[in-house]
Design a protein around this ligand. Structure first.
Ligand code: NAD
Ligand code: DAU
Length: 354
């Protein structure tokens, strides 16, 4: 009997890589991608696999309790991989409630529906409903110059985004501790790679360099992030899904810390080379702007648990991953143009509203 997996947020950046990985690598699995198609959801991200026989898309808003219940009752998943979220910190500062609705209430709606299926199927020995929640290192707050986030680091979120993700993590653990629902959580550092919406640092700056627009560096530019290539994150999710221990948390990170300003200068150098522009041309676009309120100074993940227990480590260096990412954006100008113009919404209408 094939395994039925419900993946939420599969039309987003990380979700699309996870959906592709599961659909292509496991032809025996049935994958249902449930996504509301917010501004961040782009069906074009999955154009190459949308006709696979083991893949189905269902437009669903996880805030809609009834729609979630109907989805679970009709599909009756064996497992849920939950990625749907409002994901951008700057948007959360402008509009915190959207983050509460999707990240907190949406997650609880999924937990309730999963719990009902799990209780129904509990006596069926073949059933192993697993609720896998994808989360972020931002729940741990900010580090100083030294130290790393481990799975035991106390939660200390600062932005409305990270507060909403922390709340969702707590609910997932509460459903495990209170009702016994089988859950697993992973907390990952900053992802980069193909298909990332150009509001996040790396794709926004690639877009702006192409168009010779200013590169707005927040504050003094000395904020540090730990960057991971998105396909390495999808690999880690695959491993945790299949071999992670129920009830556990796994931190995922790239061992790859960069101060924002150093990263931006590297990006400028690589882009000048690839675009055949004179050395130093793109660095002139760097513009220091007002800081993000509540800006966390440094994130860095201790990923030794997933390495030790599951044998995972990143497969590409940052220079390789960044080069692949820039090449992808330069080769996929149509994708970038559709996203920045809003054209990608029409792709959705053509495919799914007939
Ligand atoms: P994204 O913004 O690119 O995609 C989010 C997806 O969720 C979109 O397809 C969107 O349409 C969908 N969505 C949003 N609200 C929804 C709703 N109410 N109902 C159904 N679908 C909805 O996000 P991402 O960067 O791919 O992040 C995916 C997950 O990974 C999130 O949970 C995020 O917190 C987590 N995460 C992201 C990063 C990162 O660096 N991007 C790092 C660690 C963890
Ligand atoms: O750490 C994991 C998190 O990484 C994820 O949970 C989030 O979903 C994801 O958006 C990301 O959050 P960040 O806030 O770290 O990512 P962002 O790309 O927005 O910013 C990266 C750094 O660059 C941060 O220090 C802010 C800075 N920045 C960002 C933008 C968009 C700038 O200096 N200028 C910018 O224009």
């Amino acid at each position: 009997m094939s395994v039925k997996i419900l993946i939420t947020g599969g039309c987003g950046f990380i979700g699309s890589h996870v959906v592709r990985q599961f659909v292509m690598k496991y032809p025996d699995y049935q994958i249902l991608n449930a996504d509301a198609l917010t501004y961040a959801g782009n069906p074009e991200n999955l154009r190459d696999i949308e006709h696979y026989p083991n893949y189905v898309f269902r437009q669903t808003n996880i805030v809609d309790e009834k729609a979630v219940e109907e989805l679970f009752q009709s599909f009756r998943p064996d497992a849920v991989i939950h990625l749907a979220a409002e994901s951008h910190v700057d948007r959360s500062i402008l509009s915190p409630l959207d983050f509460v609705y999707t990240n907190v209430i949406g997650t609880v709606n999924l937990l309730n529906a999963a719990k009902r299926i799990w209780i129904d199927e509990k006596n069926n020995s073949a059933s192993r409903l697993l609720f896998y929640h994808i989360s972020t290192d931002e729940v741990y707050g900010a580090l100083g110059e030294t130290g790393y986030f481990t799975e035991d680091t106390k939660y200390d979120p600062h932005s409305p985004y990270s507060a909403s993700k922390a709340a969702s993590d707590h609910f997932v653990r509460a459903y495990h501790d209170t009702y016994g629902l089988p859950v697993v959580i992973s907390n990952c550092s900053n992802n980069y790679g193909p298909n990332q919406f150009p509001e996040k640092l790396i794709p926004l700056f690639i877009h702006n360099i192409i168009h010779k627009k200013p590169l707005p560096v927040y504050g003094d530019g000395l904020y540090t992030r730990d960057w991971l290539y998105v396909k390495d994150h999808a690999e880690a999710i695959d491993l945790i899904f299949h071999r992670g221990k129920t009830g556990e948390t796994y931190n995922i990170g790239g061992h790859n810390e960069w101060k924002n300003i150093d990263l931006v200068k590297l990006l400028c150098r690589l882009m000048d080379q690839k675009l055949g522009r004179p050395k130093g041309e793109s660095e002139k676009l760097i513009t220091f702007v007002k800081d993000r309120p509540g800006h966390d100074r440094r994130y860095a993940i201790d990923a030794s648990k997933i390495q030790r227990e599951l044998g995972w480590k990143p497969s590409v260096t940052f220079e390789e991953g960044l080069s692949l990412t820039i090449d992808w954006y330069l080769e996929n100008t149509e994708w970038l143009q559709h996203v920045t113009s809003g054209e990608y919404m029409k792709y959705y209408q053509k495919q799914y509203e007939q």
